[in-house]
Design a protein around this ligand. Structure first.
Ligand SMILES: [Zn+2]
Length: 311
């Protein structure tokens, strides 16, 4: 199907006012080539009872949300669509507290779980890796960050970031929370994030050595001029990431969830030049019906953080 999405909040409100309208939209994203019955391979079905499809041949019934991030949710799809719009339409995203307020949700926990499920849909493992010239470096998140102190700073978290060169600017990025700076960990990340044969530019850390499937461009510190970064793109990305974590989320992020936030940042960054917020909504909805469900029990317990002065 051609990329079909609402352009404005008004369009969203008009178009997705019912469960049926939302379900039809998700079905078109989930089965772009048309619905096929998993039991009899029939290709004709009717929408019955809100978001369920009934096979006209064998009577098999299935929900459009089965196996997606919306599975097992008691919330109406109309609420999910508004949440996706909020996530997509705001340049820096939205916090759980912000989402709870704007949608009038009964609990913080509900808003928190929705955002985490949507984050799981933002970055799809194994999809197109970076190529060309890619800068890779590691960074810490935590202890030194103002605003994070006294909340989550039990330990510092290690993050590895890859940033593709695009002329003088930055192309796409990938990032991951990592347990250590060993060769196995760093090489594993590079293999997952970067196409073999690409040029990987790193600093002189010995653990980066032995990248046999890549052209390894090691930048050694003694050549560095004062104030000049040898890996300028990756440093720019790290500083934008930290600003985002401290700004939108006030640094209030449990380490066990840091990867989910990195995925959201990556999703936004890689689509930062997209002129249309509606298009981000489209991607999010599309990816949300493609991934495995993340039931609430598999997400670690919510850790509500109320910023100072908020009740
Ligand atoms: Zn059937």
């Amino acid at each position: 199907m051609a990329e079909d999405y609402p352009r404005t909040l008004l369009e969203l409100e008009k178009r997705f006012g019912s469960e049926e309208a939302c379900a039809e939209y998700l079905a078109a994203l989930r089965w772009p080539g048309g619905w096929i019955c998993p039991r009899c391979a029939g290709d004709e079905a009717s929408l019955v009872r809100r978001n369920r499809w009934l096979c006209n041949h064998c009577g098999y019934e299935m929900s459009v949300t089965a196996g997606t991030v919306f599975q097992d949710s008691h919330l109406p799809l109309t609420v999910w669509f508004r949440a996706m719009w909020q996530v997509a339409s705001q340049k820096n995203g939205i916090s759980a507290l912000g989402l709870q307020r704007v949608l009038g949700l009964g609990s913080y926990k509900t808003a928190w779980a929705m955002l985490h499920k949507l984050r799981r849909a933002m970055v799809r493992p194994g999809r197109d890796r970076l190529d060309g010239v890619v800068e890779v470096d590691d960074a810490y998140w935590g202890a030194e960050e103002e605003g994070a102190i006294g909340r989550w700073t039990v330990n510092k978290a290690l993050i590895v970031v890859a940033a593709q060169q695009d002329g003088k600017g930055i192309g796409r990025i990938r990032m991951r929370c990592i347990p250590d700076l060993t060769q196995a960990t760093l090489h594993g990340f590079i293999a997952e994030a970067i196409v073999p044969g690409s040029t990987v530019r790193t600093d002189g850390l010995p653990a980066y050595m032995g990248l046999d499937s890549y052209i390894h461009d090691r930048q050694v510190q003694r050549q560095q001029k004062e104030g000049v970064h040898l890996l300028p793109r990756v440093h720019r990305v790290i500083s934008l990431l930290k600003r985002w974590l401290l700004g939108t989320h006030q640094g209030a992020i449990g380490y066990e969830h840091l990867n989910d936030y990195l995925d959201e940042f990556t999703f936004r960054f890689n689509r930062r030049t997209s002129a249309s917020r509606g298009k981000l909504f489209y991607r999010l909805a599309q990816q949300a019906v493609q991934i495995d469900p993340a039931p609430f029990s598999t997400l670690v317990k919510p850790q509500p953080v109320v910023p100072p002065g908020v009740k």
